[in-house]
Design a protein around this ligand. Structure first.
Ligand code: GLP
Length: 241
């Protein structure tokens, strides 16, 4: 149950145990969880300690409460992305209080294919940097992003550890590239097998395919990015007037 002499605060222990129960499916989506009183009896702790654990889980988006009805298991956190500003994955996650991280799946210098050359506005077969990263938020896979950049604009880009940092920060700080605008298309699609496994999707679940062409302040195409986002976690919002 709880370890009273250990270094981990008791409310944190209760929080992790409830998190495990949610993760394992023992507590199902939208199921009412035991009341504060029941939990305080079960764990042999004060109701205040239980409340602390429940408050933390509510703030994490794992639980929600309905006045007079109780506390329930929340749907997994939805990441709402307003389509207004030209932001990076790192900025988007940090703004939400989520910890961004990446895993580089491939990174190489190669000749641009006909399609990529056309999109980057460079001659076919000119050198490009191509890099695919799995992007995670708080350790959970959220997107797969494949970027293509003309090597001429970013010589030596792969010497930077982009598995850790932000591409847009490197573009700005190392290459003095000021990104100015982007054009983006979004479509719903079915993931292929590799995407299901990389994004840890539970079975077939829709994804969003997003393509972005990013221009710098001199209107040069700096990046052609193809991303796949989890459809169950990502919500795009647009302001209309
Ligand atoms: C977004 C864009 C990508 C861009 C990436 C850079 O996710 N869709 O086109 O490459 O941000 O992110 P970061 O600077 O965190 O590497």
């Amino acid at each position: 149950m709880v370890d009273r002499d250990g270094p981990t605060p008791i409310f944190q222990q209760i929080r992790s145990q409830l998190e495990c129960a949610i993760g394992s499916g023992e507590l199902r989506l939208h199921q009412r969880i035991p009341s504060e009183r029941e939990l305080s009896v079960r764990y042999g702790v004060s109701r205040m300690t239980v409340r602390q654990a429940l408050d933390a889980l509510t703030q994490d988006g794992r639980l929600y409460s309905l006045p007079g009805k109780g506390t329930f298991v929340a749907d997994r956190k939805i990441i709402e992305q307003p389509l207004r500003n030209l932001t990076s994955f790192t900025q988007d996650m940090e703004r939400r209080g989520l910890r961004p991280s990446s895993k580089t799946l491939s990174a190489r210098v190669m000749g641009a294919t006909l399609e990529v050359a056309r999109l980057l506005n460079i001659p076919t077969l000119s050198e490009i940097v191509q890099m695919t990263r799995l992007r995670l938020a708080d350790g959970e896979p959220l997107a797969i992003e494949a970027v293509h950049l003309p090597s001429a604009l970013v010589p030596g880009l792969l010497d930077h550890d982009l598995g850790k940092g932000s591409l847009y920060v490197v573009l700005r700080d190392t290459y003095g590239i000021e990104l100015a605008r982007a054009s983006q298309t979004i479509e719903a699609a079915e993931p292929n097998k590799e995407e299901v496994s990389l994004l840890a999707l539970d079975g077939p679940s829709p994804i969003l395919r997003i393509s972005r062409i990013t221009f710098d302040a001199h209107d040069r195409v700096v990046e052609y990015a193809r991303s796949v986002y989890r459809g169950d976690r990502y919500q795009l919002t647009v302001e209309l007037s």
